[in-house]
Every structure is written in structure tokens, then in C-alpha cells.
Design a protein around this ligand. Structure first.
Ligand SMILES: *[C@@H]1O[C@H](CO)[C@@H](O)[C@H](O)[C@H]1NC(C)=O
Ligand SMILES: *[C@@H]1O[C@H](CO)[C@@H](O)[C@H](O)[C@H]1NC(C)=O
Ligand SMILES: *[C@@H]1O[C@H](CO)[C@@H](O)[C@H](O)[C@H]1NC(C)=O
Length: 227
């Protein structure tokens, strides 16, 4: 699996620009295949036929796209929940993710990871107010669909990390950013196994301090873990 860390430490504007360009390009000639569940959450057996990401391990993470509180439209196929930072049966540390498969058929073998910065800022703030499929921005009355969602371009996963942030579980005990990278890498191995993403190209992106996370995860250790 190849890792492509496509940015430096202050990448917000630059990555948004190139993503918009790439999105326009990706969407011009190709018909969108409705591989996900555009008509809302379906019975897992039906969804299984439709989505390559639904399997016996991932089913329990399926989100009811029409059942999100206060969101009165379908957000489409997605998976959210907690996965441990290692395969150790006794692992008590877990990171929280929300994974949205893309509607773009050209993205079938790739995934982008989004990090907010901080350190310690929840990536759900990016998902819910910046680049996710639905938005509830400050000063607005209700959530709305986001026509510029990065999920139009590629499969996206927003991850809360490190342990201690947001919905993550366990006692925060890391001492430095190398520990942080390893914590994330351990989680990501569980994620790849759960959704059968072996062999996918992985892009790491984010904003602000997240550039630092990417330089850590773009390491040999990390690549060995997900290969
Ligand atoms: C999804 O949520 C909607 C709205 O709450 C509900 O009517 C529907 O039964 C839910 N679907 C499933 C499969 O739980
Ligand atoms: C998990 O916990 C059990 C019971 O405390 C212990 O016997 C076992 O060695 C632990 N396993 C690992 C991999 O730490
Ligand atoms: C993104 O996808 C949504 C849902 O298919 C669509 O309504 C929207 O127009 C797309 N956005 C762009 C910029 O093409």
C-alpha cells in the first residue's frame, strides 16, 4: 500500500484548492455509479450486495443515514464507531472514526484520512463544519447537505485522535508525537482489516497541526503496518 502525504504543515487552503480542482476533473466525464445507499439505510443484507465496504466485521458500524438526530435528509452510506489501537484482546484504548464511502467510481481503491489539528482538536469539526457530506456551521439554524463534500472525490475517514479527544476511549498516556503516530497506526491497521481496504492507496490530509501527524505516520513503521 502506498502512502501519499500530500501536504506540509499549513495546508488548509492549498489542499482545499487542489481537491476542488481534482473533484471537477473526476466528475466531468464519468457517470456516478450509485454504489452506496442513496435511498437511505437499507437492511444489511441488501446493503451487502451494494457496498464493497459492508461485511461481517463492518456491519455493526453501519450508520442509519436517515436517522441522524436533527438532520432531516439522507447523508448516505457511512460507518462510525470505535476501533482499538491494537489487535490485543485486552486493548482499552480506542479511537473514534466516521467513514463515508465516495460516490466517485474512480475512488474504488483509495481512501483519504482527515485530521484536524490542535493537537487535540476533534476531526469531527472538519467533518461537520468544513468538508463532510453534511454541515452545521456556526451561526446557521440547521444542518444542510454540502455539495462540495470531499466524499464526492474520494472515500473519506475522519478520525478523532489521540486517545483523550472527543469520543475516544481509554486513558491518555502518550508522551510525545511518536507515541501519537504509533497509536494512530495501530488503530488504522484495525480499520483496514475491518473494511477490507488492503491494497488501497492511502492519502493523509488535514489542517494546521495535522501536517505534523502526517509526517509521523508517513514512516516505514506505518507503511509496514498497513501493507
Ligand atoms: C433509520 O432511521 C429512520 C428515522 O429515524 C427510521 O424510520 C428507520 O426505521 C431507521 N432504519 C433502520 C434500519 O433502523
Ligand atoms: C489479557 O488479559 C488476560 C487476563 O487478565 C491475560 O491472561 C492475558 O495475558 C492478557 N493478554 C494480553 C495479550 O495482554
Ligand atoms: C456531490 O455529490 C452530491 C450527491 O451526489 C451532488 O448532489 C453534488 O452536486 C455533488 N457536488 C459537485 C460539486 O458535483
Amino acid at each position: 500500500m502506498k502512502f501519499l502525504a500530500a501536504f506540509g504543515a499549513f495546508l488548509g487552503a492549498a489542499s482545499a484548492y487542489s481537491a476542488t480542482e481534482a473533484m471537477a476533473k473526476a466528475q466531468k466525464p464519468r457517470p456516478i455509479i450509485e454504489r452506496a445507499s442513496p435511498a437511505g439505510f437499507q437492511h444489511p443484507r441488501l446493503q451487502k450486495r451494494a457496498s464493497p465496504y459492508l461485511n461481517d466485521k463492518s456491519g455493526k458500524f453501519a450508520v442509519n443515514g436517515t436517522g441522524i438526530p436533527l438532520v432531516d435528509f439522507d447523508v448516505g452510506e457511512s460507518y462510525a464507531g470505535l476501533l482499538p489501537i491494537s489487535g490485543n484482546a485486552n486493548e482499552t484504548k480506542e479511537l473514534f472514526f466516521w467513514f463515508f464511502p465516495s460516490s466517485n467510481p474512480a475512488a474504488a481503491k483509495e481512501i483519504a484520512i482527515w485530521f484536524n489539528g490542535g493537537p487535540g482538536c476533534s476531526s469531527l469539526s472538519g467533518l461537520l463544519t468544513e468538508n463532510g457530506p453534511f454541515q452545521w456551521q456556526a451561526g446557521t439554524l440547521a444542518p444542510v447537505p454540502n455539495p462540495y463534500s470531499w466524499t464526492n472525490l474520494t472515500n473519506m475517514v475522519w478520525v478523532e485522535q489521540p486517545v483523550g479527544v472527543g469520543y475516544t476511549q481509554g486513558t491518555p498516556d502518550i508522551k510525545n508525537e511518536v507515541d501519537l503516530g504509533l497509536e494512530f497506526a495501530g488503530f488504522f491497521k484495525q480499520f483496514v482489516d475491518t473494511f477490507d481496504l488492503h491494497g488501497f492507496e492511502v492519502y493523509i490530509t488535514g489542517e494546521s497541526y495535522a501536517g505534523y501527524y502526517a509526517s509521523l505516520t508517513h514512516s516505514e513503521t506505518y507503511m509496514n503496518i498497513v501493507n
